[in-house]
Design a protein around this ligand. Structure first.
Ligand SMILES: Cc1cc2nc3c(=O)[nH]c(=O)nc-3n(C[C@H](O)[C@H](O)[C@H](O)COP(=O)(O)OP(=O)(O)OC[C@H]3O[C@@H](n4cnc5c(N)ncnc54)[C@H](O)[C@@H]3O)c2cc1C
Length: 459
């Protein structure tokens, strides 16, 4: 009987079953000093049929498989443990159809997010999902993490952007639900099971995406606030005043803004450092004659009402790109290494107290701790960064406990958009009840009784 690897080589060809040195890959996401990922075996199927055959072989052998997209996930969800095989979707990178009548795009799972955005735009349409890792992250990874990003406030998370999905189950069964319709109440909405499942229920092979009309106007400003309450009130006001055009509301606590615009950084200082909170505010629309005035009026009225203290309105595409580049520049945080990061959800009314309490707790733990916050305020999603005294895992665990216990206390979620992976697994019970986790396990057992798909992740 040939070994599993020999069977996979016979199926895909030796050059698509990488082993040894060929399977050593640099990570694609935020690269930590000295980081190197070592893979044992990577298989690279090029079609749904090949994914199905790979899984049939692995299922029969009880061989565990870890699906991999762009490897930009931030919770070690695509990491190999022991003798697992990595299944990379990189060769499934074809855009199969752009349907301008139904405003849909059908793609294979390995297509990179930025390619989807660009192709939609070339067809006069818009794929609104956007995140800093757009140049490497794949749509299969986006679907499997239910990615959020910068425009959730207007268009929703990945879940809201997927109309149809094709997945291959652990035993190789292909479940193809590639419908293009928005309304379909004919039984369970099966695709939703796999969205955000982090590769534990099936391998996503093809996706039908919902596209939107391409906005033709874009207004952007960098705004300062005197207090958290004013910032939250401005958000409420802007949603109403911009009449559905508000497309991003990205907040930066002062320390983070100061870090991003410090002496050794490339980003321009848009406003001085006098204020505790700042936000990148974006409005997109399709009325060239009125949108700009509407955006400026919204800011002017907010200034009059003292909801905002100061604002710079961008005047060119170059300035808009520069402002987004500053917001997206999380890679620079490695300058503060060692550090740890969090992706949490909280209701907006609880954020200010929770972050204050966290800062105090961290300073008690270590007086020199730097704690900075940023995030997608409109979605109740903050990213928190805390420096560590050392790389010791005990140090990281201590900070994790402080953060997640506070999230539990404030009724938030330990993962707003990045997933659980390996990293947050010990803390799942901070925001999910025993019965919820038990039901998740029942679903997993029903779909993958041998537990070969991404085992050890999530729970
Ligand atoms: C600079 C930077 C900024 C980021 N900003 C954001 C942000 O704003 N919002 C946000 O949500 N995330 C953000 N992320 C995180 C990351 O980009 C997303 O989680 C993204 O969706 C991961 O896609 P990927 O293709 O890299 O997936 P991977 O990292 O390869 O995999 C992620 C998970 O999905 C599984 N998986 C991958 N492909 C498949 C498939 N085809 N079928 C089944 N399972 C699969 C993997 O096993 C793993 O569990 C950011 C990351 C970086 C580095």
């Amino acid at each position: 009987m040939p070994s599993t690897i020999d069977q996979l080589k016979a199926l895909l060809g030796s050059n698509h079953v990488l082993t040894g040195e060929d399977a050593n890959r640099a990570p694609a996401g935020i690269v930590k000093p000295g980081e190197q990922r070592h893979e044992q075996v990577i298989v690279r199927p090029s079609s749904t049929e090949e994914v199905s055959e790979v899984l049939k072989i692995c299922h029969a052998a009880g061989q565990s498989v870890v699906p991999q997209g762009g490897m930009t996930g931030l919770v070690n969800g695509a990491e190999i443990i022991d003798d697992e095989i990595a299944l990379s979707l990189e060769r499934m990178n074809v855009i199969e159809e752009i349907d301008t009548i139904n405003a849909t795009m059908t793609v294979q799972a390995g297509v990179v997010l930025q390619v989807i955005q660009e192709q939609a735009e070339q067809s006069g349409l818009f794929f609104p999902m956007d995140l800093g890792a757009r140049g490497s992250a794949t749509i299969g990874g986006n679907v499997s993490t239910n990615a959020g990003g910068n425009r959730v406030i207007r268009y929703g998370m990945t879940r809201a952007l997927v109309l149809g999905l094709e997945v291959v189950l652990a035993d190789g069964t292909v479940v193809s639900s590639l419908g293009k319709v928005i309304k379909d109440n004919s039984g369970y909405d099966l695709k939703q099971l796999f969205i955000g499942a982090e590769g534990t229920l099936g391998i996503v092979t093809r996706v039908v995406l919902k596209l939107s009309p391409l906005p033709t106007t874009q207004g952007m400003a960098f705004v300062a606030f005197e207090g958290f309450r004013e910032m939250a009130d401005f958000l409420t006001y802007a949603k109403q005043a911009l009449a559905g055009n508000l497309s991003a509301f990205e907040v930066l606590w002062r320390d983070y803004y100061r870090f991003l615009t410090g002496d050794d950084m490339v980003h321009r200082q848009w406003l001085d450092y006098d204020f505790p909170y700042y936000a990148l505010v974006e409005s997109t629309g399709s009325h060239a004659d009125t949108d700009h005035d509407q955006f400026v009026d919204t800011l002017a009225v907010a200034l009059d009402k003292k909801l905002i203290c100061d604002a710079v309105i961008t005047r060119s595409q170059g300035e808009r790109n520069a402002l987004w580049a500053m917001r997206d520049d999380v890679q620079s945080l490695v300058k503060l290494w060692p550090l740890t990061g969090y992706d949490i959800s909280l209701s907006i009314d609880k954020m200010e107290n929770c972050i204050e309490e966290l800062e105090q707790a961290l300073r008690q733990h270590w007086s020199e701790s730097i704690c900075m916050a940023l995030g997608h305020l409109g979605d109740g999603n903050l990213h928190i960064v805390a420096t560590l005294q050392s790389e010791e895992s005990a140090e990281r665990d201590a900070v994790d406990r402080i953060v997640y216990n506070l999230i539990k206390k404030y009724g938030g979620s330990i993962s707003a958009e990045h997933g659980i992976g390996l990293q947050k697994k010990p803390y799942l019970s901070c925001c999910r009840s025993g019965s919820e986790v038990a039901l998740m396990k029942t679903i997993r057992l029903a779909l993958d009784p041998k537990g070969i798909l991404n085992p050890g992740k999530l729970f």
